[in-house]
Design a protein around this ligand. Sequence first.
Ligand code: HMG
Ligand code: MG
Length: 298
Amino acid sequence: KYPARVKIIDVGPRDGLQNEKQAVPASVKIELVQRLQDAGLKEIEVTSFVSPKWVPQMADNAEVMAGIARDSGVLYSVLTPNLKGFEAAVASRPDEIVVFGAASEAFSQKNINCSIAESIERFAPVVQAALDAGIAVRGAISCTVGCPYEGEIAPEKVGYVARLMKDIGVQRVDVADTIGVGTPIKVQKALEATLAHFGIDQVSGHFHDTYGQALSNTLAALELGVWNFQSSVAGLGGCPYAKGATGNVATEDVVYLLQGMGIETGIDLDKLIDAGQFISDHLGRPTQSRVAKALLTK
Ligand code: HMG
Ligand code: MG
């Protein structure tokens, strides 16, 4: 019933750190990426090429991308909201770029300063340029179950954005519960609305854990056959335009869940916990991973 293996994209260096108030040196981000790949992560979302006025923590994007020691078996992705971001990103040779939209009009305005329709118009040339350059393209859809400004989001809105992304050439999509309000049935509806336009191998679950529902939602996604997930080591993060939202579900916790179910991840949990401790120590905060806390105090 469940997939035999799961691929995890660790988004800690990007989603996890983008909202961090203290300056995190590029060298620390580079070491975090190294530790994640050493732990067996095959996909890492490294940074974003967005306006440094909007998201100062990602201003060192080019430096971080230049500093990572690439492993040929690892896919390194970056966020690009527009052509300006894409052009800057290309110079740093990402394997994949991510255009990010929302199923909520209000969130689209707050996050990327344009409507959903305008965002798609902006993304279209970025997607085309990336595909022409041989760079893969992922789309992220925020607020697929709930929005901090609009409240509950209907699955039809998710399907609408998924279709628009498909139409402009986006190859795969993330169904994101940005503020972590989702529960299993609602998350399944958002995923199903997306699966009407993308194949099962092209849809991933991106769950924030604000309400403690992310692992339940992960299981609900696995039940549909979804086998790609995004999570942050140590449960880092939050979105600057989603007040109060906590980090992604901790990668350690997802790996523990999957290992317990006999689902293959290719990830070494001990090394992953070490990576989580490295960044938590640097930030001066305890890890948000329940599994790391439990295993470290055993
Ligand atoms: P804007 O102000 O509408 O853009 O922002 P603009 O084109 O009018 O340009 C304004 C200024 O920004 C100009 O500079 C541009 O050069 C500069 P100025 O002339 O004032 O000096 N600019 C840029 N600089 C660097 N890189 C760029 C870029 N573009 C313009 N790419 C924009 C529009 C999209 C740029 C802005 O709203 C922005 O950067 N937003 C950032 C949003 C963001 O990073 N949010 C967090 C990531 S999304 C997320 O976390 C959700 C996700 O995890 C899934 C989930 O959980 O939901 C993916
Ligand atoms: Mg996110």
